[in-house]
Ligand binder design. Sequence first.
Ligand code: CTP
Length: 406
Amino acid sequence: MNDLAGKHIVLGLSGGIACYKAAELCRALVKQGATVQVVMTEAAAQFITPVTMQALSNRPVYDSQWDRREPNNMPHINLSRGADAILVAPCSADFMAKLLHGRADDLLSLMCLARPIDKVPLLLAPAMNREMWAHPATQRNMVQLAADGAHILGVGTGFQACGETGDGRMLEPPELLEDMIAFFQPKLLSGRKVLVTAGPTFEAIDPVRGMTNLSSGKMGFAIARAAREAGAEVTLVAGPVSLPTPRGVMRIDVQSARDMLQATEPQARSADIFIATAAVADWRPAAASEQKIKKDGSGRAPRLEFTENPDILATVAQSPRAKSGALFCVGFAAESHNLVANAQAKRLRKGVPLLVGNIGPATFGADDNALLLVDEEGTQEMPRARKLQLARALVAQIANRLHPHR
Ligand code: CTP
């Protein structure tokens, strides 16, 4: 995975116990292909040594505005000019206050002030005690910093190093990494609402048994993440899967096809795009037994009757909003053979403008996939790639087909 390949990130550390997380963050950024230049305040160096950060970033660390290594003696200028972004993590309450006032009495604040404001974005990952975070001064500073063009990445919540519990912890390194990767994605769906169904459904036979399928939900979760990265507000209706929720995505967990329809329909009323990736069970046991079905000793298996489940995609695609074009519907087809013919027929049957075909058994549970896009113009292949990569390409394809913003 090289989601940050070619990116040069200046990682700034201000003083706080969350500096210990900055080591892992630095490593994670490097692993994704970024080059990382660490700049630390004097206070940060009380919490973690420049030696550690140098070893992890594979570059000399800068911690003083008087550093004479630079030929022109201007590290604050040189370090900020080549950066694709400056990420201050942890960003202490004091450092926020400093940035707000445009103060510049140490290398990191000096460099933030001296950065070309239109070219080098500044991202802040605040980290502090919950009282400091909740203090009106900090909250006021945060609002003003955002108005001045900084991107505030938010804070985590929970147990704090001081022993108290609440808001103000620095986000975990994997969360910050996901936010950084998202930051660099083109905002093709900004202002749009996207609704995604994902995973299998579970149809109960009795309280301990049921029918499901091999869908892992990975493609749908990747699409939800890609849509969020593209700036959309995303709701993900997920069947029973054990995948982590992508950052910034609103998730609704469901079990059966009927639950999924119930959760999806109201959301579809305000969505701009509906992407149905879920492998919804076509049938369910006609009547789930309230008690566990026991063997009766006859050696015969119980006879199960099945009823057809509602078709969520077809239902939503028939709604007036979908028919008028206000809601763009995308179907998926998991086939075992004859992908082109089956996908074309399914697109017409479901009444959707775009249908994405894939070979189910070749992709269930895997991290990669190959897709076939079918629309009224014809077909287009997306060769085998990571699901997240395909999801981003699909999001771009959908964005191209949307009506311009009203
Ligand atoms: N789908 C749905 N509700 C259902 C069945 C399917 O929303 N009850 C959606 C899926 O999420 C997918 C598309 O319809 O976007 C096609 O699903 P698939 O299972 O491939 O198609 P089926 O209509 O079930 O057709 P068949 O199983 O006969 O191939």
